[in-house]
Write a protein that binds this ligand. Structure first.
Ligand SMILES: CCCCC/C=C\C/C=C\C/C=C\C/C=C\CCCC(=O)SCCNC(=O)CCNC(=O)[C@H](O)C(C)(C)COP(=O)(O)OP(=O)(O)OC[C@H]1O[C@@H](n2cnc3c(N)ncnc32)[C@H](O)[C@@H]1OP(=O)(O)O
Length: 194
């Protein structure tokens, strides 16, 4: 059985266009929410994934597997690896397109075991857009940007309105988050234009 069973993207797409206000190539992408398991700094056992904008529609992320991420002794849990890709792919979509979107479908191929202590280098790119559907994929390489590919992922994100989060999530936490982002934005503008 072939590992890749479907053509990708599975439908006709338009090329993804990076939002004019998206962070530029070389920018480090901040934490979008301190309690996010993928990137947050308030979750000790979290993945603490860090991302940087690459060329075109590419984002580079990395995270180091700790003993909190084990499935088999000494090896990363596959679900945790899928989480890392959800984060890397979602961060690419959110930051480059600057429109809210959620994961509709996430597919992973686990090609090599990922030991505790190793660092996964994830290169993500936007593959195209069809209406509200955003197709995005990534390769995760072991211990170096040009290391062997250990995990591959492909995902469909679906664009949503902000109400998706206030209706289904925690509106109070959302307001706090929006206020913190606004404060950080004002501080950045002050730095740039004193
Ligand atoms: C100033 C602006 C700033 C904007 C933001 C800027 C910056 C943000 C920055 C950074 C963000 C950073 C990081 C994000 C990091 C991590 C991300 C983690 C993401 C997640 O972890 S998020 C949690 C898991 N996620 C969910 O919790 C979703 C639950 N789910 C739903 O909420 C609904 O299910 C929904 C909304 C997906 C769709 O529902 P819906 O009713 O709105 O739309 P509908 O069903 O019509 O789907 C529309 C079209 O997508 C197709 N479609 C849908 N699902 C499909 C599937 N599975 N397979 C194949 N096709 C599918 C349909 O077939 C149709 O296609 P078509 O249009 O061709 O008919």
């Amino acid at each position: 059985m072939s590992r890749i069973s479907q053509p990708w993207p599975p439908v006709e797409v338009e090329p993804a266009t990076v939002h004019p206000e998206a962070p530029k190539q070389g920018s480090h992408l901040g934490i979008h929410f301190g309690e996010c398991f993928g990137c947050g700094d308030e979750i000790e056992a979290g993945l603490h994934l860090h991302s940087t904008v690459g060329e075109g529609t590419t984002v580079y992320s990395k995270f180091t597997v700790t003993s909190a991420h084990q499935g088999a002794p000494g090896l990363a849990h596959g679900g945790l690896l899928a989480c890392a890709f959800d984060e890397a792919l979602g961060s690419t979509v959110g930051n480059l397109l600057r429109r809210p979107a959620v994961t509709g479908k996430l597919e992973t191929d686990f090609l090599r075991p990922v030991p505790v202590g190793s660092t996964l280098y994830i290169a993500t790119k936007l593959d195209g857009i069809a209406g509200r559907k955003i197709y995005v994929s990534a390769d995760g390489r072991l211990d170096a940007e040009d290391g062997p590919v250990a995990v591959r992922a492909r995902a469909l994100f679906v664009r949503v309105e902000f109400e998706h989060f206030s209706t289904h999530g925690d509106p109070e936490a959302l307001q706090k988050l929006a206020a913190a982002h606004e404060k950080a934005k004002r501080a950045r503008e002050w730095d740039i234009n004193p």
